[in-house]
Design a protein around this ligand. Sequence first.
Ligand code: CAA
Length: 383
Amino acid sequence: GAADFDLFRISEEHGMLREAVRSLAEAKIAPFAAEVDELGRFPQEALDALRGSDLHAVHVPEEFGGAGADALATVIVIEEVARVCASSSLIPAVNKLGSLPVQLSGSQELKAKYLGALARGEGMFSYCLSEPEAGSDAAGMRTRAVRDGDFWVLDGVKRWITNAGVSEFYTVMAVTDPEKRSKGISAFVVEKGDAGVSFGAPERKLGIKGSPTREVYFDGVRIPAERMIGAEGTGFATAMRTLDHTRVTIAAQALGIAQGALDYAKGYVRERKQFGKPIGDFQGVQFMLADMAMKLEAARQLTYAAAARSQRGDGDLTFFGAAAKCFASDAAMEITTDAVQLLGGYGYTRDYPLERMMRDAKITQIYEGTNQIQRIVMARNLP
Ligand code: CAA
């Protein structure tokens, strides 16, 4: 019936949200994107603008003071921010990644305290899973948490932590029983101000230069037992379940970056004249744009299908989350590379935003699990 066809059309509310975020992003985030990249500085203007409009962590349920946005609305916010500045899109994306373990598995008290603080803009959330020797093999982590009466004491090193240092709150996966591998891992909330927490030097990266990536050190960090997220031994499952949902947000980031590049290239080929006419009149250029738009729309359909599964909590989310992230990030890499090509020499310079978009797109093929890991996840969870 008619309702089935609505599945393939964005609701009026989602459409209005997109328009609102697009105008906010163009007015308050885009003007700083080049400088944020060039200087490798945190996009404070974006954080202020997103907080000012309650868009910094839209996924937090209303019960805890958040906007209660559904998974598709969250995707739309991230997409529109990434369209102008990928570094800034990590604010809403990593706030979801860091806090989702609490939302999925935490006690009512933990949710009220930390999701509330996140929604009120009192602090951002980061996610601490990877370590120097445990990247793709996340269950091979060594960070230890040892029980001491009503406390847990954490020791170890986490690496590649997005927004480390600027976030107030950290979800940390640590080994509580070394005999049990993934079933001996538990999740905790650690605060930036807890004694024994410190940060490494910012990584010097190819892209997303405005989003700080640092190591986080835990040196005898003593936290109350209530800060454990869910039951002992469930931390790895919570971490994986979280990634099922948030890989959809990385797909959203890829879509946004690709859309930004396509929009720019489309405008450019109408203006740029060679051989006496706009280069967009040449079929070779038209075919490139057609392929770029086709790949982008295919990636968007898959991402929105994954977002619907994330919202409903469907069993096949694991496959769809991995597939959306893998497909959309590969599409974004191809589309941004072609967009640079369409601008020729200009595309290769920092005077135009395309080379930044191409550099920013690359990370989406790597983080929240490399696209090789996504294929392992897909193969183990074929629909
Ligand atoms: N949902 C719920 N539970 C899950 C799950 C899921 N999707 N996947 C695994 N589990 C649980 C299960 O309980 C499972 O036990 P059973 O087999 O008894 O069900 C247990 O975890 C162990 O699972 P596996 O045997 O599949 O574990 P594995 O060691 O083979 O690893 C892996 C699986 C898919 C390779 C996983 O290690 C992985 O995803 N690796 C990539 C890690 C990753 O994505 N890191 C990104 C870090 S975040 C980031 O990038 C930072 C940033 O700031 C942006």
